[in-house]
Design a protein around this ligand. Structure first.
Ligand code: MG
Length: 202
């Protein structure tokens, strides 16, 4: 399986990092080795002093598809969830400065937190609220209605480049409020009123 991540999909997050608003979705990939095994703590990697959390709505692809029209995209997923796209912001800044790919900053072991999935029928996907709590304080408070590109548009766009396969995950971008993690932080992800993950930083 593969993990396809969308960058810069919420205007306020683009502003907080002083990035340019893209004309089309920004895409990058994480390998399956990036997924943090269930119940493991997240270890801050030794090559970074500035690892940020980015809470994101996840979509799990349920069948093979290529060149999917947005109006048919809803047939390609049954479940949505919540996760974290951990980002070594200092490493990413160097990559950006040099015009290099982001993988060292984004795709390292443990950089993908994949929480519990829920049937998409439980939610209004156009108005889905989600939060990240750090040590019991809400640090990110998002809603899919603020996405620049909606889930079905993302699936359509991504499938022009990559064949989607059953089990692939799409990380749909983070809202504002990203920040640094430190040792012993506890991160809890909430989607509507349900807990999707809880992890400890080491
Ligand atoms: Mg992200």
């Amino acid at each position: 399986m593969k993990i396809i991540c969308i960058g810069r999909n919420y205007a306020k997050h683009i502003e907080e990092l002083a990035n340019e608003r893209p004309e089309s979705p920004v895409i990058f990939l994480k390998p399956d080795s990036a997924i943090l095994p269930k119940n493991n703590p997240f270890f801050i990697p030794p090559f970074s002093n500035d690892v940020h959390y980015e809470v994101e709505v996840l979509v799990k692809i349920n069948k093979v598809g290529k060149h999917i029209a947005a109006r048919f995209a809803h047939k390609y997923y049954d479940e949505v969830g919540l996760g974290i796209d951990f980002t070594a912001r200092d490493v990413q800044a160097l990559c950006k400065e040099k015009g290099l790919p982001w993988e060292k900053a984004k795709a390292f072991d443990g950089s993908a937190i994949v929480g519990q999935f829920f049937s998409k029928t439980e939610f209004d996907l156009e108005n889905l609220s989600f939060q990240l709590l750090k040590n019991d304080e809400v640090v990110q408070d998002g809603n899919t209605k603020a996405m620049l590109w909606k889930i079905d548009e993302l699936i359509s766009y991504v499938s022009q480049y990559f064949t989607l396969k059953k089990g692939d995950l799409i990380f749909t971008g983070t809202p504002a409020g990203v920040g640094k993690v430190k040792e012993n932080d506890e991160l809890i992800g909430i989607i509507e009123d349900q807990k999707a993950f809880q992890i400890r930083v080491k």
